[in-house]
Write a protein that binds this ligand. Sequence first.
Ligand SMILES: Cc1ncc(COP(=O)(O)O)c(C=O)c1O
Length: 390
Amino acid sequence: MDYSEKLKNLPTQFFANLVGKVNKAIEDGRDVINLGQGNPDQPTPKHIVQALQKAVEDPNTHKYSPFRGLLELKEAVCDFYKKEYDVDVDPVREVAILFGAKAGLVELPMCLLNPGDLMLLPDPGYPDYLSGVVLAGVEYELFPLKAENHFLPDYNAISSDVLDAAKLLYLNYPNNPTGAVANLDFFNQTVKLAKKHEITVMHDFAYGAIGFDGKKPVSFLQADGAKDIGVEMYTLSKTYNMAGWRVGFAVGNPTIIEAINLIQDHLYVSLFPAVQKAAIAALSGDQTCVKELVARYESRRNAFVDACKQIGWDVTAPKGSFFAWLPVPDGFTSQSFADYLLDAADVAVAPGNGFGKYGEGFIRVGLLMDESRLVEAVQRIGNLGVFKNK
Ligand SMILES: Cc1ncc(COP(=O)(O)O)c(C=O)c1O
């Protein structure tokens, strides 16, 4: 028996190698501080867990969900977007319920493109964007996110031929892996560009809740005319520490939403209704838990960045997400520095080249541990002496 060409062409999981090495080190009894992953470390807030417990006792949740999810959840999504971003969304035509944002962003090229069509993707970027490319049999061009441009794309640097050929553009702010954020001006420019070149835009708002220094990240749908050309994918994974629950949604252009719903009619029968009920509790309940979570990440970021500065590591503090994107010292590549930190300091980080060519020269750290552990990791790195001459 053989696998289909499609499966054989799926990108190899770059980070599987890292996970293997880290697990081996832990099995060997080493005290590894693992900053390489992106799994939220805090529990789901209690009121959301309790909503699930209550819902699961109701036999109505044991039946098939409506194919396209509970209307009540879609209404909660609309109220959430109105309250958080002052954006009006229609619950029936402009919301699709997803098994996490990942499902939506992998499905979308299959929904909108034909084999050979062109997509534009950020480099560095979330590796799973490439899974959707392969499953849909489409082509892609990468555009660089560079430090000198605050990790935003420079649209002027993309040739007009490529822009004319492109049918779909993916963006993600607050950004994984760079921690950069976008402003409304940038999203307005994006909408103009997309309209001029007839490109559909998918904004991945997975870290939408996590902005620092008192600045709330803006939604793409706040841009003028965004709904004419695009959608935003939102997930409860990060905002409410619900990564394992697999619940998210797409909001925006009704034609795109219909396409997502249509493909999902054929793939699933929506999510477990009790999970949908818990998602309603998350979106419509008290948002203090979100404020506390963001304050926690900000305080970790501050402790981590201060510790880096103390050892002479010239780092830029991330403005959002729960990642820090750090330059490697002279004489190292992303991979050699990540290997060195694991071997010599028992600190695991993600090498930046795993996120694309323009990730070379960086490592990504997840701020997903207590401050004391984050600071200890930096101290261990400091003891290696690699930043002495900086
Ligand atoms: C940029 C980005 N988009 C999407 C996702 C997927 O989130 P979900 O858990 O909703 O599938 C992640 C998860 O790490 C992410 O980092």
